[in-house]
Design a binder for this molecule. Structure first.
Ligand code: FAD
Length: 431
């Protein structure tokens, strides 16, 4: 029997049917389209078996599969090494074309290159699209064509370009839904993928406070930010729809979405930031890197209520409010003189919204080693941060129930730690 001539659409970090650029183009194909997701063992093998992000991906895929079943189709889910899975698919089907959306992380860029070479050797055409950002790679550059390394001019150029084309085009593929391949692939359980349900869940995003975002966003007790981050990370929300909406709602909120793209283009242009200081002049800093101190920070037992509440929120929910992320990150790097890479790695394990570009960018910002970073001599005072942003102690009491009984001693005196940090940085910065 001859094999079916097929187009594949490969879902990765764009887990939605609505306004999905690659899927839109795939469905215009003259061949029927099999939607595919691969649980990549190269990534999964490094995760705990109850990783909540795998559960969220599984849930999101299940929603896609349900929708596809209503359309007489279904999602093909595979698990394995990506290259091996593709080799097997090329055996099984007569694959004419493969469509996918671009991913700008170093691992993904390498993986996609390997797969596109395999497809080319098989005479299969592949097409990749910009989907997870408004402006990618080198679309926002300085007059000399080089990448911006300072946020404000990047943002201004971003806004100018966006306004010249607003609203950006959205992609409604519903006209071609009949082009999904008619089949009934079995949708695997989480167990079959080798994972278990986690008690930690991604919560739905919440846009109702965006009108007042500029006034409320810094107060963790209000919990008034959108919780969009895991949805943007895994693409369950479209950035085009969000930005077209946000641009009319709140400028400050829009500027946060631009920070996301700023850090993505930094990672794309300077991939070394994953494991090196953006500013190599800071390579000489003598970090203390004390294991016991690090454990106290991780477990939220530093004796500084705002730091401890933040770390406990992270450990219990996979989320931490942005203001508190800044406080705990500054505390780790400056008060404890622990290399930002330790904190970055801990956040990467725990955050439901872990995004390599934003995590590395913000950690390096806090450590002072990044592009457009906080100056090294700015050392947040965790007590003052608490007075300013959680004056009534509502946030800290939520995460530190024993707080009322009297809270322990700070593990290090603020004035001492501040002077030590400034002296260590000063000494370490290569002239
Ligand atoms: P909102 O305030 O509602 O913001 C909306 C969206 O704007 C966010 O979902 C996010 O996509 C974007 N955004 C907001 N602030 C930033 C920022 N500073 N940098 C980049 N994008 C931003 N964000 C991640 O998505 N993944 C990470 O791994 C991550 N690591 C961080 C590490 C540190 C040390 C710090 C200080 C910040 C980090 N952030 C990270 C940025 C920010 O804290 C989160 O995006 C935000 O708290 C998510 O909550 P929200 O969706 O309710 O945010």
């Amino acid at each position: 029997m001859s094999k079916s001539e097929i187009t594949f659409f490969w879902f990765r970090r764009d887990l939605r049917i609505e306004d999905n650029v690659g899927l839109f183009h795939a469905l215009e194909s003259k061949y029927q389209v099999i939607p595919l997701f691969i649980f990549d063992e190269a990534i999964l093998d490094n995760l705990p078996k109850n990783d909540a992000r795998v559960g969220f991906i599984h849930d999101s895929l299940s929603k896609i599969d349900t929708r596809l079943k209503e359309l007489g189709s279904s999602l093909l889910v595979k698990k394995g090494k990506t290259l091996e899975v593709w080799k097997q698919l090329l055996q099984e089907f007569d694959v004419k074309e493969v469509f996918y959306n671009k991913d700008y992380e170093p691992y993904a860029i390498k993986r996609d290159l390997v797969i596109s070479e395999l497809l080319e050797a098989n005479n299969t055409k592949s097409f990749s699209y910009k989907d997870q950002v408004i402006f990618e790679e080198n679309e926002i550059t300085k007059a000399d064509g080089l990448s911006y390394t300072v946020y404000t001019p990047y943002k201004n150029k971003w806004l100018e370009k966006y306004k010249s084309m607003a609203p950006v085009q959205e992609y409604d593929a519903s006209e071609n839904f009949s082009n999904f391949y008619k089949n009934n692939f079995t949708f695997p359980t989480l167990d079959q993928i080798g994972f278990k349900e986690s008690a930690i869940k991604v919560i739905p995003h919440n846009l109702k406070n965006v009108a007042n975002y500029h006034e409320t966003r810094n107060f963790p007790a209000l919990d008034s930010t959108t919780h969009l981050s895991p949805h943007l990370r895994f693409g369950t929300v479209s950035i085009r729809k969000l930005v077209n909406w946000a641009a009319k709602k709140n400028e400050v909120f829009l500027s946060e979405l631009i920070w996301r793209e700023f850090f993505m283009q930094i990672l794309f242009s300077f991939p070394k930031v994953v494991s090196h200081n953006f500013k190599s002049a800071y390579d000489g800093i003598q970090w203390r890197n004390d294991d016991e101190d690090f454990k106290r920070w991780c477990s939220g037992t530093t004796g500084y209520p705002m730091v401890d509440a933040g770390m406990r929120e992270l450990n219990e929910t996979g989320y931490m409010h942005n203001r508190v992320r800044m406080v705990v990150a500054s505390f780790l790097c400056k008060h404890l003189l622990i290399n930002w890479q330790w904190g970055e790695a801990y956040f990467a394990q725990k955050l439901l919204d872990f995004e390599l570009s934003s995590n590395v960018g913000n950690w390096q910002w806090a450590a002072g080693t990044g592009c457009d970073a906080a100056p090294y001599f700015r050392v947040f005072n965790p007590e003052i941060q608490l007075q300013k942003f959680d004056e009534k102690g509502i946030y800290i009491r939520k995460w530190i129930p024993e707080f009322n009984l009297g809270y322990g001693q700070p593990m290090v005196d603020h004035a001492f730690a501040r002077d030590r940090a400034i002296a260590t940085y000063k000494e370490g910065i290569l002239k």
